[in-house]
Write a protein that binds this ligand. Structure first.
Ligand code: PEP
Ligand code: MG
Length: 506
């Protein structure tokens, strides 16, 4: 709101015009004028709001100077209440050790929510008007798993939550003890569980929680919040660090998936003015465009060089069909030729795979499988594009339903196409980390899942309690159900039966 306020921006522009001073100084003068008014205010609370204007000034100034906007710095243990947070801000909050975050905007699979989950920050998003209901210094309870926020709870409720917190810590310890056990079903089918990471700093957790490698490295975070673009060396060093820390386990590194809710300063500067960014020049389209091609080639050079250092796989996001896959592979070939000409080592046979996250790709999976080495189903976007529901829009989040019959058909088709072509199919959307939908995924033929590291133990426990044969029969019954609600009820019944059996055996 401040940035739309004529007293601030209009006044700064006025100073620049009239006094021919630079923007930074014009803004400082405008802020000084406003600060002068604040200083006259008698009420101490209102007077101190001057610091809010200074805070905005600092951030705009850093932007004008092309410096990092710097971390948000709430006090430790704070719960951050915001209209919305960018994924980059959320990553910073993790470092500031906040206790939780709650926002008006967003959806369960928005990147803000995904990062909060990765860093184990309790979060509830899409609350629509929580910023109007919470005041500074209120006591707030958050149950991130259930999506509950309680403002100024009673002492009895606080004590209930504390008990639940202790119960969860104990349950976590029990799951953690299964770390070295395989994710094998009762009928001896081994499921591979991988971690989704945003950077090498998440690898300790990934290994600690028992992931068997990295199924998705979202490389966008290498430069979100940074004004400088990552160079070839950064790509190379980061990828090698991931491979080394994984000690021989595989790492699937995804090329830039920028755009929509993952903006980088260079993209903001390009000011594309897209009415519909989720359907716009983003992800692989951006990388293949004039605007992003240089970045893409730099990244590919770094990744190909790293491929000489361990089992690295390169994955392209948002592939719409064969033509785009071929275009991306051509750039890889170009880079390979350049590297060979410079006598730089890389793995000639490096695996190239694609994310299946659009209906157009899922429906042509049989064709795509002929020309790539692996698939990874990105259900976060596949749901968004199949249901035509913006994954960060809180008003339509009720339609965001992973168990919609359309989704299950698409996932089943992709799994089948992969199997027939003999290529592995991973599922790396957020639903991979939900133990309650695991029976559906197994029943549809998925044998590899990649998820936030923190979800690995729980999903493993769920898998160990199931039999693939049972999940396949379950799917035969589920296929006849017309609504997601009915599917969910039938899956819950199956999961409940398993829990009962487990308890019975205990
Ligand atoms: C997906 O779309 O499911 C996915 C894993 O990618 P992202 O969440 O980064 O869009
Ligand atoms: Mg995606």
């Amino acid at each position: 709101m401040m940035l739309h306020d004529e007293h601030l921006v209009g006044a700064a522009v006025g100073y620049i015009r009239e006094e021919l001073i630079n923007a930074e100084w014009g803004l400082r003068r405008a802020v000084d004028d406003i600060a002068g008014v604040f200083d006259q205010i008698e009420d101490e609370y209102l007077r101190e709001r001057r610091s809010d204007v200074e805070f905005v000034f600092e951030r705009v100034l850093r932007n004008l100077l092309g410096r990092d906007t710097g971390p948000l710095q709430p006090p430790p243990d704070a719960i951050v209440v915001a209209y919305d947070l960018s994924p980059a801000d959320t990553a910073q909050l993790h470092k500031a050790a906040v206790s939780g975050l709650i926002t008006d905007a967003g959806g369960k699979t928005s990147h803000t929510a995904i990062i909060a989950r990765a860093h184990e920050i309790p979060a509830v998003v899409g609350l629509e008007n929580i910023t109007e209901l919470v005041e500074t210094d209120d006591l707030v309870l958050i149950d991130g798993a259930a999506g509950i926020v309680i403002v100024n709870p009673t002492a009895a409720t606080v004590s209930e939550f504390r008990d639940e917190q202790r119960r969860q810590v104990a349950a976590g310890a029990v799951l953690h003890a299964m770390r070295d056990l395989p994710a094998r079903t009762r009928d001896d089918v081994e499921i591979q569980l991988f971690a989704n990471i945003d950077g090498p700093d998440e690898l300790d957790d990934a290994l600690d929680y028992g992931a068997m490698g990295v199924g998705l490295f979202r490389t966008e975070y290498l430069f979100m919040g940074h004004t400088l673009l990552p160079d070839e060396e950064t790509h190379f060093r980061t990828a090698v660090e991931v491979l080394e820390r994984l000690g021989g386990l595989p790492a699937t590194i995804r090329t830039f998936d920028l755009g929509a809710d993952k903006l980088a300063p260079f993209l903001e500067a390009a000011d594309l003015q897209e009415a519909n960014p989720a359907l716009g020049l983003r992800s692989i389209r951006l990388c293949l465009s004039e605007l992003g091609r240089g970045l893409f080639k730099t990244q590919l050079r770094g990744l190909l060089r790293a491929s000489a250092h361990g089992p690295l796989k390169i994955m392209f996001p948002m592939i719409s069909g064969i033509a785009e896959l071929r275009a991306a592979k051509l750039v890889v070939d170009e880079v390979k030729i350049e590297l060979a000409a410079d006598s730089i080592k890389f793995d000639e046979k490096v695996k190239l795979g694609i994310m299946i996250e659009m209906p157009s790709a899922a429906l042509t999976a049989d064709l795509l499988a002929q020309e790539c080495d692996f698939f990874s189903i990105g259900t976060n976007d596949l749901i968004q594009y199949t249901m035509a529901v913006d994954r960060v829009n809180e008003y339509v989040s009720y339609l965001y339903e992973p168990l919609h019959p359309s989704l299950m058909r698409l996932i089943g088709d992709v799994a089948r196409a992969g199997k027939e072509a003999g290529i592995p199919v991973t599922l790396c959307g957020e639903m991979a980390g939900d133990p309650t939908v695991a029976p559906v995924l197994l029943g549809l033929g998925i044998r590899e899942l990649s998820m936030s590291a923190v979800s690995v133990p729980e999903v493993k426990a769920a898998i160990r309690s199931m039999a693939v044969g049972e999940t396949e029969s379950l799917m035969l019954r589920i296929k006849k159900l017309p609504t997601a609600a009915e599917v969910r009820a039938m899956v819950s019944e199956y999961v409940f039966g398993l829990t009962g059996q487990r308890k019975g055996r205990a």
